[in-house]
Structures are given as C-alpha cells and as structure tokens.
Design a protein around this ligand. Sequence first.
Ligand SMILES: *Cc1c(COP(=O)(O)O)cnc(C)c1O
Length: 355
Amino acid sequence: MRPIVAYISEKALAHNLARVRQYAPESKVISVVKANAYGHGLLNAARGLKETDAFAVLNISEAVTLRDAGYQHPILLLEGVFSAEEIAQVDRYRLDMVISHRGQLQWLLEYQVNLPVRVYLKLDSGMHRLGFQPSAYQAALDQLAASGNVSEIVLMTHFANSDIADGVTQAITIVGQVMPIQPYKRSLANSAAIVQQPHTHADWVRPGIMLYGATPIADKTAVSLGLQPVMTLQSGLIGVQEIQAGESVGYGSLFTADKPIRVGIVACGYADGYPRHAPTGTPAAVNGVLTRTLGRVSMDMLAVDITDIPDANIGSRVELWGSLVPVDAVAQASGTIGYELLCAVTARVPMHVID
Ligand SMILES: *Cc1c(COP(=O)(O)O)cnc(C)c1O
C-alpha cells in the first residue's frame, strides 16, 4: 500500500460545530456539506456533524445520499433545482430548496406536491451571482406566500465580502430595505460572517469551511478562531537522497542546493490533490518536525528537506497538512485558499475516519 492517507477526525467536526454555536448562540445551524463535504467525504462529515440542525448540499444526489444513510434532518439544496423535473425529488425526499430565479419559482408553484416545501428565497444583495434583484423580491415573496406548495419561507442572502472587516455594510442595508421584518425567519451568514459579523447571525447560520477547521478569513488563523483541523493528509518517505552543493532536485531543477543536504521523497503529488504550484519552502512535517518542500511538485511525489531531521528515513511519516501544518499555510504558500486544497484531494487517496 502506498503510504498516503487522509484521516478525518469526527471529534474535530463536533468541536467545530460546537464552536459555531458559541459564535452564534441564538441561531440554528445549517452545516454546509457540499462538494463532498469540502473533500472530507459526505458521510464521514455527516457523522461528525450529526448534532447539526440541518444540512446544506449542492444537488439532489448528495441529498439522497444523506437520506439513504438515514439522516432525517432538514436538507437544503443550496442552488435549488436545475429543472422542473427535480421538484418531484424535492417532494419525495422532503428537501428544502433555495429559490433564486423566476423559473424555479414557477416549477415549484406548478407541481402538485404531497408535502409543502420549506423554501429559502434568495436575495441578490450585491454579489450579483444568484438571487432575485431587490426590486423583484417582494413580488416573488408574495407569490410563494400565496402557494399551498410552500410550508415556510426563509429569507436568504449570501455575502460577497463577509471576510473583510466592514465588508457587509452595503449588503445589510439592502437586506434591511428589502426583507420584511415579520413574520419570516432569515439566513444570511457563512463562516466569515459567523466569526466576525455577529449582527448578521439571524435565525439560521450556514457555516462551511469553519466546520472543517480551516480559516474563512485571510488574516486570522484557524487556531486563533478556536477551530480544529479535521483532515490530516499524511504520507511517508519512499526515498532519501544526499545531494551536494550545486545539485538539484526534481523536474526543471527548480531547487539547487547551496550546501550538502538530505532530501526526502514523499509519496504525494498533484495527482493526490497536493497543489502543483506549491513553491520551495512550503511547510510540511517529517516525524513531527516542521520542514519545507524543495523544488517542483510531481504527479506522484514531492521532495522535502530532512537535513535537520537525522532520524528521518524511508518509511518516516510526513504530514502534508493537519495539526502541525495548517492547510491554510500550504494554501497561502501556493497562492490559494484552504477551501480549494481540501476540495481537491483526489479519489485515489484513501480516507479513514478517526476518533
Ligand atoms: C458554500 C456556501 C456557504 C458556506 O460558506 P463558507 O464560506 O464555507 O462558510 C454558505 N452559504 C452558501 C449559499 C454557500 O454556497
């Protein structure tokens, strides 16, 4: 067996969910498990998050996976349905749905549902991605309120800039102008808003990334937010090289030693989801000791500096990210965000749920 594995900590998921409740004690929690639970495995994550009040997914098949595994929670389709036919599945599997355009609204109103559906009516508060324009929102709300197919309407928006300290001011002004105060509940906040925009918490918060123990905010670490990493991407050394000053490592000879060093070859590459753009100096840990990558990441391997880790040898354990090496640090070195790295772990990496 190739030594690479992604460990998924159920305990860390439960801890991070509890942390969400500390940040937003008055709100119910919709745990966002789209994108295969940000790469952690949908059912792995659902188990650790079973105390949540609801789940949110991207599409029907993820929702059905949860229902088939026995989850009775409300399950929200974050982008609603993609065709009129899918309303039948919403009805059959008792799903909640976002409605963000007139087509979705018509599809729901025209279908004869067995059980009325809880609807999240999405307002475009400035992100200009999905949602009704402010001028069209009230009419959509009136139509839904008059329909026997609707059990409850939750007013919803998604922020473009909640990761910036004063980034929601404009959006909140629009929300205040457009959303009636009574009698509807609201859902506004993603992870960044949960940790730094308490006035947006409202009735239902929608955390994603923070549940997985990565930071939603560029200048704050996950540890400083009280979050625990859920995924440990671990592998092992499958080669050791002693190289002399002037010799290079890997494709393109991007790294050249300026003194004699020991190099460890790790069984992890971009085909496992490790970022190819990670430069020399990206953090990694060997035998629990922090060190750095060297040279270019290959498809199935990468190199690390083990000069100062004399006990490191073939078979030694390597943490690519986890509690010693925050995924956010690898992301920052590679010019991306933790979200992308976690989602990108590929299917050939075995996942094991621990604790
Ligand atoms: C993905 C998503 C979230 C979660 O966002 P995080 O930044 O991961 O917390 C919340 N709401 C909507 C509509 C989303 O698409």
